[in-house]
Design a binder for this molecule. Structure first.
Ligand SMILES: [Zn+2]
Length: 288
């Protein structure tokens, strides 16, 4: 009986797993493609081994150039805002936990791209990955791209395809989301609309900002900012801004500047609120 019940539970469990989507894919608007005209900042963090980065600038530039070609129909462009060293402890990713650990180095308002030496496939440990789009399970809005040193120049474009809401691999030759994407990969019309939809959503919610805004906020000393500054310091991570300004950045913004909301978030004291491990609480008191 016990055995039978166990069997039944495992069958039900498998059913649930099979029905559970592996990646959320937003439904794109059905109307035609309305391209944006935005440039989004990318922050590279490149792992170092023996004091040398695992990949050089030319390799990063080739990745960005190919991504810009593939994304051109969406009007979304990418521009690196610099490459920072990533401690050697992150150079070889073996497990899910190793990927989660990169969350310590996430920077706000940019697309975070980590470049590591190698990354094992967590489902098929005998295989090595060329890249991944990874989401922190406890903070679904914190997601990033990892490239490995064996990635071809199209890997960034493929992983950014995931970053902007496209599901895993369509077995369509020539499609960038397919393993058989060939020499001149592209997105299909649905995927293009989805990218525009997601990019607009990220911008409206200030998960990402445009390159111009990033430059402006960097000049004011508001950015760059890490999501987990204390955790980053604990692992000997990067100090992006050695002397933090004494006055909150929010005060420096005009009263009606829509970025005040974002700035308040940025300047929140580094305590539990920025490093909590549970889901975000959104208790808001309504006005009577
Ligand atoms: Zn993929």
């Amino acid at each position: 009986m016990r055995c039978r019940r166990g069997w039944l539970l495992s069958v039900l469990g498998l059913g649930v797993l099979a029905a559970w989507p592996t990646t959320t894919e937003a439904t794109p608007p059905s109307r035609g493609l309305q391209p944006l005209s935005v440039t989004l900042p990318i922050r590279f963090r490149v792992a170092e081994l023996g004091g040398r980065p695992v990949r050089d600038k030319a390799w990063l530039d080739a990745q960005v150039a190919r991504a810009n070609e593939v994304f051109a129909p969406t009007g979304v462009r990418f521009q690196p805002v610099g490459s920072l060293p990533l401690p050697a402890v992150h150079a070889r990713l073996e497990s899910r936990q190793d990927r989660h650990e990169l969350g310590r180095h996430l920077e706000k308002a940019v697309i975070n791209v980590f470049v590591v030496d190698s990354m094992r496939d967590v489902d098929h440990p005998e295989q090595w990955r060329r890249g991944v789009h990874w989401r922190l399970p406890w903070r679904a809005d914190h997601h990033f791209v990892v490239l490995t040193s064996i990635g071809p120049p199209t890997t960034l474009a493929h992983e950014l395809g995931h970053f902007f809401g496209n599901r895993h691999h369509r077995w369509v030759p020539g499609n960038i989301m397919s393993y058989e994407h060939g020499e001149a990969p592209r997105f299909d019309p649905d995927q293009l609309r989805r990218i525009v939809y997601e990019a607009r959503r990220f911008l409206v919610r200030r998960r990402l900002i445009t390159l111009d805004r990033w430059g402006e906020l960097t000049a004011r000393g508001v950015l760059p900012q890490l999501h987990y500054p204390r955790a980053a310091a604990a692992v000997g991570g990067l100090v992006l801004r050695p002397a933090a300004p004494a006055t909150p950045a929010r005060a420096a913004l005009p009263r009606h500047d829509p970025l005040r909301r974002f700035a308040r978030h940025v300047t929140r004291p580094t305590g539990r609120s920025t490093e909590r491990t549970g889901p975000p609480t959104r208790a808001r008191r309504r006005r009577p």
